[in-house]
Design a protein around this ligand. Structure first.
Ligand SMILES: [Zn+2]
Length: 297
Protein backbone atom coordinates (compact mmCIF):
# COMPACT_ATOMS: atom_id res chain seq x y z
CA UNK A 1 0.00 0.00 0.00
CA UNK A 2 1.00 3.57 -0.50
CA UNK A 3 2.21 5.74 2.27
CA UNK A 4 -0.11 8.71 2.39
CA UNK A 5 1.82 10.77 4.88
CA UNK A 6 2.43 14.18 3.38
CA UNK A 7 6.08 14.15 4.30
CA UNK A 8 6.73 11.12 2.14
CA UNK A 9 4.33 11.73 -0.74
CA UNK A 10 5.52 14.53 -2.91
CA UNK A 11 3.30 15.75 -5.73
CA UNK A 12 4.64 16.52 -9.17
CA UNK A 13 3.05 19.41 -10.93
CA UNK A 14 2.97 20.55 -14.48
CA UNK A 15 2.92 23.92 -16.10
CA UNK A 16 2.75 24.96 -19.70
CA UNK A 17 3.39 28.18 -21.53
CA UNK A 18 0.88 29.70 -23.90
CA UNK A 19 0.75 28.49 -27.48
CA UNK A 20 0.00 30.39 -30.68
CA UNK A 21 -0.58 29.95 -34.42
CA UNK A 22 -1.68 26.97 -36.52
CA UNK A 23 -1.70 25.27 -40.01
CA UNK A 24 -0.14 22.27 -41.87
CA UNK A 25 2.57 20.83 -44.29
CA UNK A 26 6.41 20.66 -44.00
CA UNK A 27 9.58 19.51 -45.69
CA UNK A 28 11.22 16.10 -45.66
CA UNK A 29 12.45 14.70 -42.37
CA UNK A 30 16.11 13.86 -41.91
CA UNK A 31 17.58 10.45 -41.24
CA UNK A 32 18.83 11.48 -37.82
CA UNK A 33 17.40 9.79 -34.76
CA UNK A 34 14.94 11.48 -32.44
CA UNK A 35 16.88 13.45 -29.85
CA UNK A 36 16.20 15.50 -26.71
CA UNK A 37 18.72 18.30 -26.25
CA UNK A 38 18.98 19.96 -22.84
CA UNK A 39 19.80 23.66 -22.62
CA UNK A 40 21.21 24.85 -19.28
CA UNK A 41 21.56 28.56 -20.03
CA UNK A 42 18.75 29.43 -17.59
CA UNK A 43 20.01 27.26 -14.74
CA UNK A 44 20.88 30.46 -12.93
CA UNK A 45 20.84 28.78 -9.51
CA UNK A 46 23.39 26.19 -10.61
CA UNK A 47 21.21 23.19 -9.79
CA UNK A 48 22.88 21.02 -12.39
CA UNK A 49 26.33 19.52 -11.95
CA UNK A 50 27.81 16.80 -14.14
CA UNK A 51 26.18 14.00 -12.15
CA UNK A 52 22.70 15.50 -12.43
CA UNK A 53 23.19 16.22 -16.13
CA UNK A 54 24.09 12.56 -16.55
CA UNK A 55 20.78 11.54 -14.95
CA UNK A 56 18.88 13.82 -17.34
CA UNK A 57 20.69 12.27 -20.28
CA UNK A 58 19.70 8.82 -19.04
CA UNK A 59 16.06 9.86 -18.84
CA UNK A 60 16.23 11.34 -22.35
CA UNK A 61 17.80 8.13 -23.63
CA UNK A 62 14.70 6.20 -22.61
CA UNK A 63 12.61 8.25 -25.07
CA UNK A 64 15.34 8.55 -27.70
CA UNK A 65 15.62 4.76 -27.96
CA UNK A 66 11.89 4.35 -28.57
CA UNK A 67 10.44 7.36 -30.39
CA UNK A 68 10.90 7.16 -34.16
CA UNK A 69 9.14 10.33 -35.36
CA UNK A 70 10.95 12.58 -37.80
CA UNK A 71 10.68 16.30 -37.03
CA UNK A 72 11.49 19.13 -39.44
CA UNK A 73 14.07 21.69 -38.30
CA UNK A 74 12.97 25.18 -37.27
CA UNK A 75 15.49 27.51 -38.91
CA UNK A 76 14.62 31.21 -38.53
CA UNK A 77 16.16 33.82 -40.82
CA UNK A 78 15.82 35.12 -44.37
CA UNK A 79 14.16 32.61 -46.70
CA UNK A 80 14.74 32.12 -50.41
CA UNK A 81 11.28 33.48 -51.16
CA UNK A 82 12.13 36.86 -49.66
CA UNK A 83 10.53 36.40 -46.26
CA UNK A 84 12.37 37.01 -43.03
CA UNK A 85 11.23 34.07 -40.95
CA UNK A 86 11.09 34.77 -37.22
CA UNK A 87 10.51 32.37 -34.35
CA UNK A 88 10.40 33.28 -30.67
CA UNK A 89 10.22 30.39 -28.21
CA UNK A 90 8.38 31.16 -24.98
CA UNK A 91 8.43 29.13 -21.77
CA UNK A 92 8.69 29.26 -18.00
CA UNK A 93 12.28 30.23 -17.09
CA UNK A 94 13.46 27.33 -14.91
CA UNK A 95 15.62 29.59 -12.78
CA UNK A 96 13.01 32.25 -12.04
CA UNK A 97 9.54 31.01 -13.05
CA UNK A 98 9.03 34.12 -15.19
CA UNK A 99 7.96 33.85 -18.81
CA UNK A 100 11.12 33.68 -20.89
CA UNK A 101 11.45 34.42 -24.60
CA UNK A 102 14.31 33.22 -26.77
CA UNK A 103 14.33 35.07 -30.07
CA UNK A 104 15.08 33.08 -33.22
CA UNK A 105 15.87 29.82 -31.51
CA UNK A 106 17.13 27.30 -34.06
CA UNK A 107 15.75 23.81 -33.48
CA UNK A 108 17.59 21.04 -35.36
CA UNK A 109 15.72 18.30 -37.23
CA UNK A 110 14.39 15.41 -35.11
CA UNK A 111 15.28 17.35 -31.97
CA UNK A 112 13.39 18.77 -29.01
CA UNK A 113 15.16 21.49 -27.02
CA UNK A 114 14.36 21.40 -23.30
CA UNK A 115 15.45 24.29 -21.07
CA UNK A 116 16.21 23.00 -17.58
CA UNK A 117 17.19 24.44 -14.23
CA UNK A 118 16.35 24.52 -10.55
CA UNK A 119 14.59 26.86 -8.20
CA UNK A 120 12.48 26.63 -5.06
CA UNK A 121 9.09 25.12 -5.87
CA UNK A 122 6.23 25.50 -3.44
CA UNK A 123 5.08 22.81 -1.06
CA UNK A 124 6.22 19.30 -1.90
CA UNK A 125 6.50 19.90 -5.61
CA UNK A 126 9.59 18.22 -7.05
CA UNK A 127 9.31 19.29 -10.65
CA UNK A 128 7.34 21.21 -13.24
CA UNK A 129 7.49 20.58 -16.94
CA UNK A 130 5.69 21.12 -20.18
CA UNK A 131 5.98 22.03 -23.82
CA UNK A 132 6.79 25.60 -24.74
CA UNK A 133 4.79 28.16 -26.65
CA UNK A 134 6.00 30.47 -29.39
CA UNK A 135 5.27 33.29 -31.74
CA UNK A 136 6.37 33.23 -35.36
CA UNK A 137 6.21 35.19 -38.59
CA UNK A 138 7.31 34.75 -42.19
CA UNK A 139 6.41 32.52 -45.10
CA UNK A 140 3.46 30.15 -44.90
CA UNK A 141 5.82 27.21 -45.34
CA UNK A 142 7.87 28.35 -42.37
CA UNK A 143 4.78 28.88 -40.21
CA UNK A 144 3.59 25.41 -41.17
CA UNK A 145 6.92 23.90 -40.16
CA UNK A 146 6.88 25.70 -36.82
CA UNK A 147 3.38 24.43 -36.12
CA UNK A 148 3.66 20.84 -37.26
CA UNK A 149 7.35 20.06 -37.79
CA UNK A 150 6.15 18.04 -40.78
CA UNK A 151 3.76 15.84 -38.78
CA UNK A 152 0.46 15.87 -40.66
CA UNK A 153 -1.75 15.05 -37.68
CA UNK A 154 -0.81 18.10 -35.65
CA UNK A 155 -3.22 20.33 -37.58
CA UNK A 156 -6.24 18.28 -36.54
CA UNK A 157 -4.96 17.59 -33.01
CA UNK A 158 -4.29 13.90 -33.55
CA UNK A 159 -0.53 14.39 -33.24
CA UNK A 160 1.86 16.61 -31.33
CA UNK A 161 5.25 17.97 -32.40
CA UNK A 162 6.52 20.81 -30.19
CA UNK A 163 9.86 22.59 -30.54
CA UNK A 164 10.56 21.46 -26.99
CA UNK A 165 9.82 23.05 -23.64
CA UNK A 166 11.11 23.57 -20.13
CA UNK A 167 11.54 21.66 -16.89
CA UNK A 168 12.18 23.06 -13.42
CA UNK A 169 13.45 20.94 -10.53
CA UNK A 170 13.01 21.88 -6.89
CA UNK A 171 16.23 23.09 -5.27
CA UNK A 172 14.94 23.43 -1.70
CA UNK A 173 17.48 22.25 0.83
CA UNK A 174 14.75 20.03 2.31
CA UNK A 175 14.56 18.05 -0.93
CA UNK A 176 17.11 15.27 -0.83
CA UNK A 177 17.69 14.32 -4.46
CA UNK A 178 18.95 10.85 -5.25
CA UNK A 179 21.37 11.30 -8.14
CA UNK A 180 22.00 7.83 -9.54
CA UNK A 181 25.22 7.24 -11.45
CA UNK A 182 23.72 4.19 -13.18
CA UNK A 183 19.97 4.27 -13.75
CA UNK A 184 19.95 0.84 -15.40
CA UNK A 185 20.24 -0.85 -12.01
CA UNK A 186 17.87 -0.66 -9.06
CA UNK A 187 19.21 -0.30 -5.56
CA UNK A 188 17.92 0.93 -2.23
CA UNK A 189 18.16 4.67 -1.75
CA UNK A 190 16.81 7.50 0.34
CA UNK A 191 15.41 10.72 -1.03
CA UNK A 192 13.65 11.74 -4.21
CA UNK A 193 14.75 10.03 -7.40
CA UNK A 194 15.91 12.62 -9.93
CA UNK A 195 15.71 10.06 -12.74
CA UNK A 196 12.04 9.32 -12.04
CA UNK A 197 11.11 12.98 -11.86
CA UNK A 198 13.03 13.68 -15.08
CA UNK A 199 11.13 10.91 -16.89
CA UNK A 200 7.85 12.29 -15.57
CA UNK A 201 8.52 15.88 -16.59
CA UNK A 202 9.78 14.81 -20.02
CA UNK A 203 6.45 12.98 -20.34
CA UNK A 204 4.73 16.34 -19.89
CA UNK A 205 7.03 18.00 -22.45
CA UNK A 206 6.04 15.22 -24.86
CA UNK A 207 2.38 16.03 -24.27
CA UNK A 208 1.07 13.77 -21.52
CA UNK A 209 -1.41 15.96 -19.69
CA UNK A 210 -0.51 18.93 -21.88
CA UNK A 211 -1.10 18.30 -25.62
CA UNK A 212 -4.40 18.92 -27.37
CA UNK A 213 -4.14 15.38 -28.75
CA UNK A 214 -4.09 14.17 -25.12
CA UNK A 215 -6.78 16.46 -23.77
CA UNK A 216 -9.26 15.71 -26.54
CA UNK A 217 -9.27 12.03 -25.56
CA UNK A 218 -10.48 12.72 -22.03
CA UNK A 219 -14.19 12.17 -21.48
CA UNK A 220 -15.70 12.55 -18.02
CA UNK A 221 -12.28 12.36 -16.33
CA UNK A 222 -11.40 9.18 -18.22
CA UNK A 223 -8.71 8.86 -20.90
CA UNK A 224 -10.09 7.07 -23.96
CA UNK A 225 -7.06 6.76 -26.26
CA UNK A 226 -6.97 3.47 -28.16
CA UNK A 227 -3.45 2.37 -27.24
CA UNK A 228 -3.94 3.18 -23.56
CA UNK A 229 -7.32 1.49 -23.27
CA UNK A 230 -5.89 -1.59 -24.97
CA UNK A 231 -3.17 -1.77 -22.30
CA UNK A 232 -5.50 -1.05 -19.40
CA UNK A 233 -8.50 -3.05 -20.62
CA UNK A 234 -10.77 -0.01 -20.60
CA UNK A 235 -10.83 3.72 -20.13
CA UNK A 236 -8.29 5.07 -17.63
CA UNK A 237 -9.40 7.43 -14.87
CA UNK A 238 -7.44 10.68 -14.87
CA UNK A 239 -6.62 13.19 -12.20
CA UNK A 240 -9.17 15.98 -12.12
CA UNK A 241 -8.21 18.36 -14.91
CA UNK A 242 -6.59 15.59 -16.93
CA UNK A 243 -2.96 16.45 -16.24
CA UNK A 244 -2.07 12.92 -15.11
CA UNK A 245 -3.44 9.42 -14.74
CA UNK A 246 -5.44 9.21 -11.52
CA UNK A 247 -3.42 8.86 -8.34
CA UNK A 248 -2.40 5.23 -7.79
CA UNK A 249 -2.89 4.08 -11.41
CA UNK A 250 -0.87 0.91 -11.94
CA UNK A 251 0.65 -0.80 -14.97
CA UNK A 252 3.80 -2.84 -15.64
CA UNK A 253 7.31 -1.52 -16.24
CA UNK A 254 8.09 -1.41 -19.96
CA UNK A 255 9.59 -4.68 -21.16
CA UNK A 256 8.70 -6.55 -17.96
CA UNK A 257 5.78 -8.06 -16.09
CA UNK A 258 6.68 -6.04 -13.00
CA UNK A 259 3.74 -4.09 -11.63
CA UNK A 260 4.43 -0.47 -10.76
CA UNK A 261 2.52 2.74 -10.17
CA UNK A 262 2.47 4.56 -13.52
CA UNK A 263 5.16 7.19 -14.08
CA UNK A 264 2.55 9.74 -15.14
CA UNK A 265 0.31 9.69 -12.10
CA UNK A 266 0.70 12.80 -9.90
CA UNK A 267 3.02 11.61 -7.14
CA UNK A 268 6.09 9.63 -6.26
CA UNK A 269 6.99 8.18 -2.91
CA UNK A 270 10.36 9.09 -1.41
CA UNK A 271 12.87 6.24 -1.71
CA UNK A 272 11.21 4.71 -4.76
CA UNK A 273 11.88 4.78 -8.49
CA UNK A 274 9.14 4.95 -11.08
CA UNK A 275 10.14 3.88 -14.57
CA UNK A 276 7.87 4.35 -17.56
CA UNK A 277 5.18 1.67 -17.72
CA UNK A 278 3.33 0.14 -20.66
CA UNK A 279 0.45 2.51 -19.91
CA UNK A 280 2.71 5.59 -19.95
CA UNK A 281 4.15 4.55 -23.32
CA UNK A 282 0.66 3.90 -24.67
CA UNK A 283 -0.22 7.43 -23.61
CA UNK A 284 2.62 8.72 -25.78
CA UNK A 285 1.28 6.69 -28.71
CA UNK A 286 -2.22 8.08 -28.21
CA UNK A 287 -0.79 11.62 -28.33
CA UNK A 288 0.62 10.73 -31.75
CA UNK A 289 4.22 9.67 -31.09
CA UNK A 290 5.49 6.71 -33.05
CA UNK A 291 7.00 4.35 -30.51
CA UNK A 292 8.87 1.21 -31.46
CA UNK A 293 8.39 -1.95 -29.45
CA UNK A 294 10.67 -2.46 -26.50
CA UNK A 295 13.21 -5.26 -26.71
CA UNK A 296 14.94 -4.95 -23.39
CA UNK A 297 14.89 -2.68 -20.36
ZN1 LIG B 1 3.15 15.80 -13.54
Amino acid sequence: MRNHHLDTLKPLKTTIAACALAVLIGGPGSADAFSISFDYRFDSNNFFDAAKKNVLDSAAAFFESRITDTLDAIQPGPSGSGFNNTFTASFSNPGTGATQDVVDLTVPADTLIVFVGGRSLSGGTLGQGGPGGYSAGGSQAFLDTVTTRGQAGVSDDTDFAPWGGAITFDNDSSTNWYVDDDTTTDEAFAGSDLYSVALHELGHVLGIGTANSWNNKIVNNQFTGAASTAVAGGNIPTQSGGGHWAEGTSSVIVGTNTAQEAAMDPTITTGTRKRFTDLDVAGLQDIGWQVQADSAQ
